[in-house]
Structure formats: structure tokens, C-alpha cells
Design a protein around this ligand. Structure first.
Ligand SMILES: Cc1cc2nc3c(=O)[nH]c(=O)nc-3n(C[C@H](O)[C@H](O)[C@H](O)COP(=O)(O)OP(=O)(O)OC[C@H]3O[C@@H](n4cnc5c(N)ncnc54)[C@H](O)[C@@H]3O)c2cc1C
Length: 399
């Protein structure tokens, strides 16, 4: 077994040496932070497209998925070796999407084989970009109150209603959507989970810009949209089960760090700011309380990362966290807000910049991160909602 793994390491290393374009590896590589994929995906560099094609052909955008779904069928140990070898070469697969992190794991559990074969390979190849149609104007924390209606008409549903806060709906190809299929049942029992092509007549989106300007999201409208019944995942009126499973995967994704935000690019870590200050005539940051806040937040981050690693290693299936994901989501979003606030204070009021000419890029990135951080304790369920879940489902406290 060990020999097999060593062979796998050797093969992987050789393959990467031969196939990874020089520009896509090493510390100066040109790989974008994220490739979201989808019909609108553009590549600035031909090498990146070539690298993506090679990864897709190997199944290495989703290495642990079965080959029939576009993965490489790697074991956990093999996937770990692949990750190590990619790291050694300073390269990675930049493909990342809601399809990969949220929809696919829920589909693995609830979809039919035909549905998996139809949708999962297209996610693995980055051909289709998905967005999430859960929240509505009157249904956020109380998601099960959703009103978007789907009425059965032969082999189709006719969907009418509105979603809100749909991240990237205007640039997505398909939406996974919660709809009400029974208005007389208790609210959790009349919901179905539908996959809807955004190009279907009657689907429109209207962007809403966030305060940070970094993450636009949309209102999404459905006006008599005809959706084939075969696009329903799991049983009619049982969509709440799929919805809940998907939310666990969303929190697992959020617990791993916000890969969806570009706000952290282009600014120094807090430690680097503190170290850089040591090279100045002052020798260190003059404010003692700021120094101890930096030390505390760095320790908190290290503790968080160690706890997350321990939790991940303890999970045998490696496929989602369960309700304890809420603890990680809660802690990380609040830690990130604290750090962003601290960084903004370190930079001072003059660096609070939005746009304009001769802008300091780091100041802009820090400002945007600070503002984006405000959303982190709302998206994926607010902090109060996470605390409710932790108290009920992790600690088992009574209502
Ligand atoms: C950046 C961002 C991206 C998002 N992307 C998407 C997306 O792609 N798709 C999607 O469907 N949604 C998305 N959302 C929506 C998000 O899921 C909701 O905003 C969130 O669930 C909260 O719902 P709400 O905004 O309606 O607030 P409300 O539910 O109205 O909450 C208002 C306040 O009341 C508190 N509250 C509510 N109920 C309780 C309770 N039972 N106990 C204690 N306090 C309570 C909340 O904590 C909050 O402080 C996104 C949100 C953000 C900020």
C-alpha cells in the first residue's frame, strides 16, 4: 500500500513536471485566484486555458469524485499526495464554484444517477456556473417561509416568484432553487428543490451592488418559467432535506476560508505590517494595545486553523462537517471582521479609500476587505442563526 502511494507520488510529480506550463507554476505563476467557469468564462492567458484542459482531462479539478462524474476517483491519501505535489510545484487547480462546493455534494446524496451523470461532469469541467436561489424578500433566516411557487403542469413545473441576494446570478448559467410545491402543507413540507437553466424564457436578474463593490448579487425573477419535472432533485415536497444538506456543505466551504472574496489580495498580513514597522526608525508599532491585539488575532487564527485541520482529519468520509460547521463559520466570520477592523485602524483614516486616481492599491484592498467583512456574518446564515443551530443541534439545549 505504501509502495503504491510512493508510486503515485512519483507519477504525479512527473506528470506535473511534463504537463504544467511553466507560467502556471512557481511563486510568480499567472494563475488567477479563482476560475468560476461557465459559459461566460474568458481566459486572459492561453497557458491557463491549456492548464485547465489538462487538469480537466485528468479529473484533477475534483480529484476525489468518481471518474464517471468527471473526477479522478482518488482515495483521500492519493488526493493528499496530489495536493502536496501541487504545492511543491507552486501550482493548483483554480477552478472553484458553488456547483463544486455546494450543489455537487448534495446531489451525490440525493440526485438520481441520470441527474448526476447529466450535471456533475459539467461542473467538474467548469462548463456550467451555478448560483443559489434560496433567499427571498420575506425568507432569509426563516428560509422555510419561502413563497416562490412551482405549479405542476404535466411533465413541467411553472415557476413564478422572486429570489433575492442571489450571488452572481447575472453571470451564472443555472440556478439551484427552492420552490413551494404545496401551499397547504406545513411550511417545511411543501418545498421542492429544482435545477433551472437561467436561459429559460421568463428568468430575469437585476444586480444589487454591495457596499464593498466587490461582490455584486442580484434579485432573480421567475415569470411563468417552465421547468422539466426531471430537473427536480429528490421527491416532490421533500426539498427541505436537500436544502439542509446543501447548507451544511455551504458552511463547510465557508469554514475553509472565504475563497470567494478577492478582497484579501494585494494587502499585507497583519504580521507583515507589524514586521515592516520594525524596519522604521520607531522600531516597532508604538501603540502597545495595538501590538497585543495583533498578537492575539494571529494566535486566534493559528488556533482556528489547527482546530479546523484536526476536525477535517477526524472526519472519515471527508464530505461535509455536520452541524458543528456552524461553530467554524461563526468563529471565522467574526475573526475575519475583527482582523479587517484592526487592519483598517492600523492604516488610519487617510487610507480609507474607495476609488480615484493614484490610489494606493493596498489601501483600497484593505478598505474593501473591511467592508466585505460586514457581509460575512450574514451570508450562509447570520451569526444569530449559527448560535441557534449550535445551541440546539451541537449542544442539544432545549428551545
Ligand atoms: C454577501 C452575501 C451573499 C449572499 N448570497 C446568497 C445567495 O447566493 N443565495 C441566496 O439564496 N442567499 C444569499 N444571501 C442571503 C443570506 O443567506 C441572507 O441574507 C441571510 O440568510 C439572512 O437573511 P435576511 O437577509 O433576510 O435577514 P433576516 O432573516 O431578516 O435577519 C435580520 C436579523 O434578524 C436576526 N434573526 C432572524 N431570525 C432570528 C432568530 N430566529 N433568532 C435570532 N436572530 C434572528 C438575524 O440574525 C439578523 O440580524 C447572501 C447574503 C450576503 C450578505
Amino acid at each position: 500500500m505504501m509502495i503504491d502511494l510512493e508510486e503515485f507520488r512519483e507519477e504525479t510529480r512527473n506528470w506535473l513536471d511534463v504537463n504544467c506550463p511553466r507560467s502556471c507554476c512557481g511563486p510568480e505563476n499567472i494563475l488567477p485566484d479563482i476560475i468560476w467557469g461557465g459559459r461566460l468564462q474568458q481566459y486572459e492567458h492561453e497557458d491557463v486555458r491549456l492548464w485547465m484542459d489538462k487538469l480537466v482531462a485528468k479529473g484533477w479539478t475534483v480529484p476525489t469524485w468518481p471518474k464517471t462524474y468527471g473526477g479522478a476517483g482518488l482515495s483521500k491519501d492519493e488526493a493528499q499526495i496530489l495536493a502536496e505535489e501541487m504545492l511543491r510545484k507552486d501550482t493548483r487547480s483554480p477552478l472553484y464554484s458553488f456547483g463544486m462546493s455546494m450543489l455537487a455534494p448534495a446531489m451525490m446524496e440525493f440526485a438520481t444517477e441520470e441527474q448526476k451523470l447529466e450535471h456533475l461532469p459539467r461542473i467538474a469541467r467548469g462548463e456550467i456556473r451555478w448560483c443559489q436561489g434560496y433567499s427571498e424578500p420575506g425568507a432569509g433566516s426563516d428560509l422555510a417561509s419561502l413563497q416562490c411557487r412551482a405549479v405542476r403542469d404535466g411533465d413541467e413545473y411553472v415557476v413564478t416568484g422572486q429570489k433575492i441576494w442571489t450571488s452572481s446570478a447575472d453571470v451564472s448559467d443555472w440556478i439551484f432553487c427552492l420552490v413551494r410545491t404545496d401551499t397547504s402543507a406545513p411550511k417545511h413540507e411543501g418545498i421542492s428543490f429544482l435545477l433551472i437553466d437561467m436561459a429559460t424564457p421568463g428568468v430575469t436578474t437585476k444586480p444589487i451592488e454591495l457596499i464593498s463593490g466587490a461582490s455584486p448579487f442580484c434579485e432573480t425573477f421567475f415569470d411563468n418559467v417552465r421547468v422539466p419535472v426531471i430537473n427536480r432533485i429528490y421527491d416532490e415536497n421533500k426539498g427541505w432535506q436537500v436544502a439542509k444538506a446543501l447548507l451544511l456543505h455551504e458552511r463547510t466551504m465557508l469554514a475553509a476560508g472565504n475563497r470567494g472574496s478577492r478582497a484579501t489580495i494585494g494587502r499585507r498580513s497583519l504580521l507583515k505590517v507589524a514586521r515592516d514597522a520594525m524596519d522604521t526608525p520607531v522600531g516597532r508599532l508604538p501603540d502597545e494595545s495595538l501590538r497585543s491585539e495583533i498578537a492575539q488575532s494571529e494566535m486566534d487564527r493559528l488556533c482556528y486553523e489547527a482546530t479546523l485541520r484536526k476536525n477535517n482529519e477526524a472526519r472519515l468520509a471527508g464530505n461535509g462537517m455536520g452541524p458543528e460547521g456552524s461553530m467554524f463559520k461563526l468563529y471565522l466570520s467574526e475573526l475575519n471582521q475583527r482582523v479587517a477592523d484592526l487592519r483598517q485602524r492600523l492604516n488610519g483614516a487617510e487610507s480609507l479609500v474607495w476609488d480615484g486616481e493614484d490610489l494606493n492599491e493596498e489601501d483600497q484592498a484593505v478598505t474593501r476587505e473591511w467592508l466585505y467583512g460586514k457581509a460575512a456574518t450574514i451570508l450562509g446564515g447570520t451569526s444569530e442563526v449559527q448560535m441557534n443551530i449550535i445551541s440546539k443541534r451541537v449542544l442539544g439545549l432545549p428551545d
